[in-house]
Design a protein around this ligand. Structure first.
Ligand code: NDP
Length: 234
C-alpha cells in the first residue's frame, strides 16, 4: 500500500537515497530542501527545520498533497567541526539546533497525525559518532547521542498507539559531508572500519526502509548501526 512519507533533507546525500528507496517501492514521498533546484520525482517542499513556522507550513503542504505523514525520516543534519577550546557558542548551538531541536520539531508535528491514525513509523538518522565520540565533533556527537535518548523516550510515549521510532546510526558514508574531509582524514577513518570502505547512501536507505516496513512492527527504540563494524561493542 502506498504510504505518505516525509524525508527531511531528502534533496541530496543519504536523504535522497532514502527518498528514492521509498519512491521505488511505490510510496508517496515528500522531501524538504532549503535552496536551489530540488531533484525531480518527489513533492519538494522548501523548509529549514530550524524555523518552526517553515516546519508547520511544510506539513500543511504535504498533508494537502499526499495526506498526513505516515512515515517520517528525520535525516537533515549538519556538522561544524572544531576542537573544544576553539568551539564557539554558535558552533555548538547551531548544530544542536538543527540536528536535535530540528528533529524534535518535525517528530512532534508528525506525531499529531500518527496519534490520530493510531499508527506510524519514525526513523531518526544519528551517527556512529554519537556513541563513539569524535575529536573535533563534540557538538555533532552530542546532538547525535541526544537523538538516542529522544527516540527512546518517544518510543515509550507512543508505543501503545502502534507508533515505532528507531535510530539508524551510519558510519562513514560517501556524501558531500565526508567529501569535505581531507584525503588523510579519509584514509585514517578507514583503518578503523572492519569492512575497509565507506558505505554507499543506498546501504543506509535499505535499513531505513526495513524499519519502516510491516516486518519491523515489533522493533522500537532500537539503534541500528550501518557502519561497516566501526562502532562494534559500543
Ligand atoms: P549532506 O551534507 O550531504 O546533506 C545534508 C542534508 O541535510 C541536506 O539535504 C541539507 O539540505 C539538509 N539540512 C541541513 N540543515 C538543514 C536545515 N536546517 N533544515 C533542513 N534541512 C537541512 O549530508 P549526508 O547526506 O551525508 O547526511 C545526512 C544525515 O546523515 C545527517 O543527519 C548526517 O549527520 C547523517 N550522517 C552522515 C554520515 C556520513 O558519513 N555522510 C555518517 C553518519 C550520519 P540543503 O541541501 O538545503 O543544505
Amino acid at each position: 500500500m502506498s504510504r505518505s512519507v516525509l524525508v527531511t533533507g531528502g534533496n541530496r546525500g543519504i536523504g535522497l537515497a532514502i527518498a528514492r528507496a521509498f519512491a521505488d517501492a511505490g510510496d508517496k514521498v515528500a522531501i524538504t530542501y532549503r535552496s536551489g533546484e530540488p531533484p525531480a520525482g518527489f513533492l519538494a517542499v522548501r523548509c529549514d527545520i530550524t524555523d518552526p513556522e517553515q516546519v508547520e507550513r511544510a506539513y500543511k503542504e504535504i498533508e494537502e498533497a499526499q495526506g498526513p505523514v505516515e512515515v517520517l525520516v528525520a535525516n537533515a543534519g549538519v556538522t561544524r567541526d572544531q576542537l573544544l577550546l576553539r568551539m564557539s557558542e554558535e558552533d555548538f548551538t547551531s548544530v544542536l539546533e538543527t540536528n536535535l531541536t530540528g528533529t524534535f520539531r518535525v517528530v512532534k508535528r508528525a506525531s499529531r497525525g500518527m496519534l490520530r491514525a493510531r499508527k506510524g513509523r519514525i526513523v531518526l538518522i544519528s551517527s556512529v559518532v554519537g556513541l563513539l565520540g569524535s575529536a573535533g565533533q563534540a557538538n555533532y556527537a552530542a546532538s547525535k547521542a541526544g537523538l538516542v535518548g529522544f527516540a527512546r523516550s518517544i518510543a515509550r510515549e507512543l508505543g501503545s498507539r502502534n507508533i515505532t521510532i528507531n535510530v539508524v546510526a551510519p558510519g562513514f558514508v560517501d556524501t558531500d559531508m565526508t567529501r569535505a574531509l581531507s584525503d588523510e582524514q579519509r584514509a585514517n577513518i578507514l583503518t578503523g572500519v572492519p569492512l575497509g570502505r565507506y558505505a554507499q547512501p543506498e546501504e543506509v536507505a535499505a535499513s531505513v526502509r526495513f524499519l519502516s516496513s510491516d516486518e519491523a512492527a515489533y522493533i522500537t527504540g532500537a539503534v541500528i548501526p550501518v557502519d561497516g563494524g566501526l562502532g562494534m561493542g559500543h
